[in-house]
Design a protein around this ligand. Structure first.
Ligand SMILES: Nc1ncnc2c1ncn2[C@@H]1O[C@H](COP(=O)(O)OP(=O)(O)OP(=O)(O)O)[C@@H](O)[C@H]1O
Length: 628
């Protein structure tokens, strides 16, 4: 979709964002309607019956409050991710508006929310809120990009696709990490870009490792870098690889992970560790005691005057404390060579800082509007990701169809081809048999399995008890004709397939009996209802059962996929977005098992090719063999 002018481009984006806002509000209304009839948690956008279990104060006086159901009770499946805007409300006062906040941490049993105010009450619910603040920030970025001048204007026009990107001759570098050939090429190429370059990182090819090296090289040549990712987890992944190479890093925003090694690099902790912060705290404390003194009843003659003086003094003290705190924050940011943040940038915090290099990881998952806040701060940009995996999340189907679901990374790769990107081709995850099909379908057959993983099998796991025959690496179990039909979840809209669920449970049990650890196994289903069904039947600590979205960027030794769809009319729903299936297929290291109905799926060319691939590989089984 090349645009003729910047104005037509930004007009289109504004239109799409308006559609997104509309679609999100409609979804909220739908959720409230559905709630009256049934279980509000079913939508994945609400958690009820929560209690406050812990709280502490974060930077800028934010309250970080932990909510849980109590004891070890698991939270229901939900879409409240780190960084999601939410509303926390008192269940006993359903008519009050509640408090807005942002999810700052989560585990299977608790969720932490950063709130401006302390929520009163005993029983709480948390609802996903429409992401107005992200949209507003994106709109702000777009408005400024529209008016851009100078270097920024040039970069803007190249990013929109109106101007051609330029490259310098490539340099030699002393690499800090042991990179393979294509990774080295990608670093040299990306650093030679004057405006923008793309690194395409298929599954397990060390994209993050490569980006960390790229950033370290830029810092070595005296550059300041802004390192972004589309999600909080993506930022943390990058941070984790970066910190050992380049210690001068600040992580802005809410970390999704709580690794100690990362915590020390968050802005909050760095500010906390600054000597000036003790003074700030003293000032806040003193202001508080002045306020207390002022509010004490007294009969002194000039009581009114004295009270006023105290209030004034406290107010002044607070103002100074805030000023000093801001100053410390700015000093910490200025001292860092690399600032890490999600693409939703806190403009007040970063002020007018510009960066020699802006790196965007997970760029395949960022929609056009998400790009501009970061782009405006860049001399040049490197986008990295895999546009053959999950596309950007778009709520409005209409906007998605019109083009909002196409990331700028994908658009640029399509427009410029090889001249703009380098692909990483050596993968360190999948046994070659697992890699082969996605490689043919999505990566032009370019991928090579590194020899450390090419033939690795379950027998290589220390706890695995080998059978008489080697455990197969891949298998497709066909349910055609067996009557393993899909069904609609009662009072829900999501699909499930109880017989496939049972198959998954049996398979997991067999793997566990053979000595595979629960944490090494994943069950992936395209539908939330199927995930719920399997989770209810398989309560094994450490085992993960989730939809594809929960697994992007991750890997497991053993992956089981239940495809769910089985109907007489060959309807495959959103399995038709084969990039989701690509993500599912490429999470497995040593063993992959798929169950599905060839009669339903076979009408689609992608699944027909998948079935044929498994047949040719001698990895095709029928559930009739199970003799049930
Ligand atoms: N040059 C290399 N030599 C040996 N191992 C490597 C190399 N590059 C990456 N790896 C290993 O490959 C694995 C994947 O690396 P990394 O996490 O950087 O991948 P990624 O491409 O970002 O993954 P994803 O599929 O999640 O996008 C890691 O275990 C990493 O140590």
């Amino acid at each position: 979709m090349p645009w003729a002018t910047p104005d037509s481009y930004f007009d289109q984006l504004e239109h799409w964002l308006a559609m997104e806002g509309e679609a999100e509000r409609a979804r909220m209304a739908e959720r409230r309607r559905a709630e009256r009839g049934g279980n509000p948690e079913r939508s994945g956008e609400t958690i009820i019956n929560l209690r406050r279990v812990d709280n502490r104060t974060g930077l800028g006086g934010r309250e970080l409050v932990d909510f849980a159901k109590g004891g070890d009770a698991l939270l229901p499946m939900n879409r409240l991710k780190v960084g999601s805007p939410v509303v926390v409300s008192d269940e006993d006062r359903p008519h009050e508006a509640g408090f807005t906040g942002v999810v700052s941490r989560r585990s299977s049993t608790a969720i932490e929310v950063a709130l401006d105010d302390w929520p009163a009450g005993k029983h709480f619910r948390i609802d996903l809120a429409p992401d107005e603040s992200t949209r507003l920030r994106q709109l702000g970025g777009m408005a400024r990009a529209r008016m851009a001048t100078g270097v920024t204007r040039r970069l803007r026009d190249i990013l929109i696709g109106i101007d051609e990107p330029r490259f310098n001759p490539e340099h030699k570098y002393d690499f800090v990490t042991r990179l393979n050939g294509p990774q080295q090429d990608a670093v040299r190429f990306a650093l030679s870009a004057r405006d923008v370059a793309v690194i395409h990182g298929p599954p397990g090819t060390g994209k993050t490792t490569t980006l960390a090296e790229l950033i370290a090289q830029a810092v070595r040549s005296g550059e300041k870098v802004l390192a972004c990712a589309a999600s909080n987890t993506g930022v943390d992944n990058l941070l984790e690889k970066l910190v050992p190479l380049e210690p001068s890093v600040v992580r802005v925003g809410h970390p999704a992970r709580v690794f100690e090694a990362l915590r020390g690099h968050t802005l909050d902790e760095l500010v906390e560790a600054d000597e000036g912060t003790a003074i700030v705290r003293d000032m806040y404390r003193e202001a508080e005691s002045l306020m207390r003194a002022a509010s004490k009843p007294t009969r002194a003659r000039n009581a009114h005057q004295r009270r006023n003086d105290h209030y004034q003094e406290a107010k002044e003290l607070r103002r100074h404390a805030r000023q000093l705190e801001r100053h410390i924050v700015q000093q910490v940011l200025s001292g860092a060579d690399v600032v890490c943040t999600t693409l939703t940038i806190d403009e007040d915090l970063l002020g007018d800082r510009r960066f020699d290099l802006v790196v965007v990881d997970e760029a395949g998952q960022a929609a056009e509007p998400a790009l501009w806040q970061a782009a405006l701060r860049a001399e040049r940009m490197v986008l990295a990701g895999d546009h053959c995996q999950l596309p950007p999340t778009v709520v409005s189907r209409e906007a998605a169809r019109e083009g909002l679901a196409v990331s700028p990374m994908e658009r640029l790769v399509t427009q410029h081809g090889e001249s703009l990107f380098r692909r990483l081709t050596v993968q360190y995850r999948m046994n070659e048999a697992i890699m082969r099909f996605p490689n043919e379908q999505f990566y032009d057959g370019d991928l090579i399995a590194d020899e450390s993983v090419r033939d690795h099998q379950l027998e290589g796991l220390p706890t695995f008890v080998p059978g008489d025959e080697p455990a197969p690496v891949i298998e497709f179990w066909d349910t055609a004709g067996a009557g393993w039909d899909e069904e609609l979840e009662p009072d829900g809209q999501s699909k499930r397939n109880p017989r496939e669920a049972r198959w998954a449970v049996d398979q997991v049990q067999a793997f566990l009996e053979a000595g595979v650890e629960p944490s090494q196994i994943a069950v992936i289903a395209p539908y939330a209802a199927q995930v719920r069904l399997i989770r209810n039947r398989l309560r094994v600590e450490g085992l993960e059962v989730d939809t594809v979205d929960g697994f992007q960027g991750r890997e497991k030794e053993v992956v089981l996929i239940t495809l769910v769809r089985s109907n007489a009319i060959g309807e495959i729903g959103f399995l038709a977005d084969t990039r989701r299936t690509n993500v599912a297929l490429t999470r497995a290291r040593r063993a992959l098992r798929i169950v599905g109905d060839s009669a339903t799926l076979g009408g689609d060319p992608f699944y027909a090719a998948l079935l044929e691939h498994f047949q040719t590989a001698g990895a095709y089984r029928s559930v009739w063999e199970l003799g049930e």
